[in-house]
Design a binder for this molecule. Structure first.
Ligand SMILES: Nc1ncnc2c1ncn2[C@@H]1O[C@H](COP(=O)(O)OP(=O)(O)OP(=O)(O)O)[C@@H](O)[C@H]1O
Length: 857
């Protein structure tokens, strides 16, 4: 790529033609000072670019290059700019008497310059009394003049300085919004403040600036910043909320020495850590170190639960009333709950705060529905009536993602929303300052709790009033939240509140071998019939090179059979590689939405977005009601020459709403023909196609595989090497390091002195009988409690143990299939490189179950 040489144009601003309110983009006409400029151009020219504030009749130096706009002709694209200093007395008087400063005419302006000289502007900014004693200048006008001079000069100077330091227009604007006119002083004093305060500025960038500003490589501020950046990075990438001190010191040293070639000695780094702890830039509990936001969030979670349990005011009902409500719901919903489900309903309805956890098909949705109806009966609500008044509905349903909340809405027939929206968190909300909106209602059910991270849980609990009953529902075996922490698991393990653990599969095995598979995987096994063709799942053996073509063929066939893009989903664990998300997306885009003559497209880094593409929203946009994980379709593309924003625009439809993305927002979107298993959490699809190969190694894990399998509602096609799947079920993610579990346990035992005895008693292994045989995999006291029916009775509803909130369990374990020892006889044959699959031509148009694939030999 040839570099364009930067040129200088000096000129006065004549008129601002266009300003984009969303960014700093402006189209401006200037009168050119030909003598001072590098280029030979006419008397005036249109310039474009991002400018903080430009004032008409003010002279600036603009650096950039000439461009030729197809419609508007020659323009000058500005990369950086600065105001020309006021060098003459005449210019200074003109500036001060211009109409940007109200109440100051030429005479007063002249008196100001007479008194303060050519340094008038600097004096006014630096000294609040500089304008005192000027005849004809009232105190009010003087104060006003000073405020406006600071504002005008401040913004300009700050933005220009930031430009000079190498920050582009959008980062400069962000920095200015955070620090205001004091930005330069704060940054000069400690450039690393940017790492903590400004999203998008990492340690290395701040360190480059620090070096430029003369900060030594072993300066305390630098070492503290390195430590902070390391804890923050580990928390965000590994999900640990606290980082072992030894690991922190080792990683921070690496970061600091990589950024500048300077050996950091251990003693200085230790000293910096102590100083960071003293300043509360970091916090330490035991040998773990935490960033403040996670430290306060974990403490906050414990505090809010403790306070809530102490002061809760939920309405209580007699056991007989509860039993009658269960009966009424059974009649209403035409269902007969079994003993365990009844016990679960009773426990949840009788507890201010409780947890329901279970794998697929274990009845979570059934219980949520039952609880909503029971709550309505006991509180004498008419569900139809309350649902019709969204703002006054006392039954609040929420989930962490848009897709999950939509699904909750579908399965309950009641309004449901995302947790973010429920508590009033919007895109404009500043994380550090956010305070959740107090909720109003009598019941809150939160689904897909495994996806809730530490910060979100903290905010959610902040919003819960004492009269609101809360039920957390989820599958503890799914992938942990994308953000740090393992809140759901910590909450369950602590026994701070009652947990109802469901293990019996209510869906019949003959209906779903996918569910059988999921439960086997959860237990670290592959069923004996893993490779066999089932009515709802198929395994296709393929090498990594064969995966792309195999996926292509399956999708092609599925589409022909009437699957629409939203019911079919290819999932993969990672982005790179021949069978990674990026490669599969490219291949599937080519298949499902190939380039056509008049079909518009837009290149954004490595991705081509084309009209008709299936796309995935990557961040929450609460105002527009579009959330991380939502799937949309590109409806239109407008090129920058056609738009008012002068940026390329892309219109995406999500269900019934349409959203316009400027080019600058396109990092919020990705192609969604194939998506990551992590992104698919909270969503379900009729058909899931899951390729898995050894190359995925780090992500070849039990929780990843389990989450992918449980996304499939009706059909599942697994592709790859059986060995990869075998490896995956045996590979566990190392547990995330948090303090929340410990803090909750301490609080739980404080709340009830008999806690330890009760836990120990509950964990004792009772004598086994044939019927209540513990499954092989249930080894820990936690799991024993969850899987053993005798223990479950002991734990239920606080009644026997008193101290330990109940754990209700179902006797029948999930999978009784033998584990995979020898491959069964009906393994599909290995695909040949040239001709992979021939799909059974007898598959019915809408019959998705016999998804059988035959290999042509
Ligand atoms: N007591 C019952 N009697 C009859 N059918 C039941 C009973 N309990 C649950 N079911 C049925 O079992 C199936 C699985 O239940 P449900 O959908 O509630 O489980 P889930 O845990 O929400 O599963 P998933 O996570 O896969 O959505 C459903 O078809 C449900 O109707």
């Amino acid at each position: 790529m040839s570099e364009t040489i930067e040129s200088l144009i000096v000129g006065d601003v004549e008129a601002i033609y266009f300003e984009n309110p969303n960014n700093l983009y402006k189209v401006v006409r200037i009168n050119v000072d030909q003598e001072e400029s590098d280029l030979i151009i006419g008397d005036s020219i249109v310039i474009t670019g991002q400018f903080a504030t430009l004032h008409v009749d003010t002279t600036y130096e603009f650096y950039g290059h000439l461009t030729n706009h197809p419609k508007y002709g020659e323009q000058f694209a500005v990369e950086r700019y600065q105001q020309v200093a006021l060098t003459s007395e005449f210019g200074l008087v003109e500036y001060l008497s211009s109409n940007r400063f109200k109440g100051v005419g030429t005479v007063i302006a002249q008196r100001v310059v007479d008194k303060l000289g050519m340094q008038a502007i600097e004096c006014i900014i630096a000294d609040a009394t500089a304008l005192d004693g000027i005849t004809g200048l009232s105190k009010k006008v003087a104060d006003n003049l000073r405020r406006q001079v600071i504002e005008h000069q401040g913004t300009e100077q700050v933005i220009m300085k930031l430009n000079e330091w190498g920050f582009g227009p959008s980062l400069s604007e962000k920095i200015y919004q955070i620090y205001g006119s004091g930005a330069i002083e704060v940054i000069q004093e400690n450039p690393f403040d940017l790492v903590e305060q400004v999203e998008g500025i990492g340690f290395n960038k701040a360190d480059q600036l620090a070096e430029k500003l003369g900060m030594e490589a072993d300066a305390q501020e630098r070492l503290i910043a390195g430590l902070f950046a390391t804890v923050s990075e580990i928390s965000n990438s590994n999900g640990d909320t606290c980082v072992e001190e030894a690991l922190l010191l080792q990683e921070a040293q690496k970061l600091l020495e990589k950024s500048r070639p300077f050996m950091i000695d251990e003693a200085s780094l230790n000293q910096a850590l102590e100083s960071a702890l003293q300043k509360e830039t970091l916090f330490r509990i035991d040998t773990g170190v935490m960033i403040p936001s996670l430290y306060y969030a974990e403490l906050g979670i414990v505090h809010y639960i403790d306070q809530y349990l102490t002061y809760e005011q939920i309405e209580r009902f007699e056991q007989a009333e509860i039993a009658a409500a269960i009966e009424a719901v059974e009649a209403e919903l035409a269902i007969t709950y079994d003993a365990t489900q009844k016990e679960a309903l009773k426990t949840a309805i009788d507890s201010p705060m409780s947890v329901i956890t279970g794998g697929p098909g274990t009845g979570k949705t059934t219980l949520i529905n039952g609880l909503i109806h029971m709550h309505a009966i006991l509180h004498e609500y008419d569900l139809e009536e309350v649902s019709a008044k969204p703002d006054k509905n006392p039954i609040l349903l929420a989930a962490p993602t848009g897709r999950a909340s939509k699904r909750m809405q579908e399965t309950t027939g009641m309004p449901a929303t995302t947790i973010h929206r429920l508590i009033g968190f919007t895109r404009e909300s500043v994380v550090e300052e956010f305070s959740a909106t107090q909720l109003e209602g009598s019941l809150l059910i939160v689904d897909e709790m495994s996806m809730v991270d530490t910060w979100l849980m903290h905010w959610l609990l902040q919003a819960v009033p004492y009269e609101l009953q809360v039920i957390f529902v989820g599958d503890r075996d799914q992938l942990p939240s994308v953000g740090p922490g393992k809140v759901f698991n910590d909450l369950i393990a602590s026994r701070m509140i009652p947990s109802i653990s469901l293990t019996k599969i209510y869906r019949q095995a003959r209906d779903s071998s996918i569910i059988q598979l999921a439960h086997a995987v959860r237990q670290g096994q592959l069923p004996g019939d893993f490779l066999a063709k089932k009515h709802d799942r198929t395994f296709i053996q393929a090498t990594s090179e064969q995966i792309g073509p195999a996926v292509k063929q399956i999708v092609e066939h599925a589409v022909k059979k009437g699957f629409d893009a939203n019911n079919l989903q290819v999932l993969a664990p990672m982005y790179r590689g021949p069978a990674g998300i990026n490669a599969l997306n490219e291949l599937l885009q080519e298949l499902l939405n190939p380039p056509r003559t008049r079909r518009r497209e837009l290149q954004y880094f490595d991705t081509v977005f084309r009209v008709g593409d299936k796309v995935l929203q990557l961040v929450n946009n609460t105002e527009e009601g579009v959330y991380n994980g939502d799937i949309g379709r590109i409806e239109a593309i407008f090129y920058k020459k056609e738009t008012e924003s002068k940026q390329d625009e892309l219109v995406v439809s999500f269900d019934e709403k349409e959203l316009t993305y400027l080019r600058g927002d396109l990092d919020q979107l990705a192609l969604a023909y194939c998506m990551s298993i992590h992104k698919s959490q909270g969503s379900e699809y009729d058909l899931v196609i899951l390729p898995l190969i050894d190359l995925y190694s780090r992500l070849l894990r039990k929780d990843v595989l389990y989450t992918a399998i449980t996304r499939a509602q009706k059909s599942l096609i697994l592709i790859g090497n059986p060995e990869s799947f075998h490896k995956a079920v045996h590979q566990q993610q190392s547990e995330r390091q948090t303090f929340l579990g410990e803090l909750l346990q301490v609080k739980a035992s404080e709340r009830n002195p008999d806690y330890q005895t009760a836990v120990a008693k509950a964990s004792e292994k009772p004598k086994q009988t044939k019927q209540d045989k513990l499954p092989e995999s249930a080894k820990s006291p936690d799991e024993a409690l969850e899987t053993d029916p005798k223990l479950s009775q002991v734990g239920t509803g606080d009644k026997v143990l008193g101290a330990v909130p109940g754990v209700t369990v179902v006797a029948q374990e999930a999978s009784s299939e033998p584990s995979m020892e020898e491959p069964p006889s009906d393994i599909p044959k290995v695909l040949t490189p040239d001709n992979y699959l021939q799909i059974d031509p007898l598959i019915g148009m809408h019959d998705i179950s016999p998804y059988d694939f035959m290999v042509e030999t």
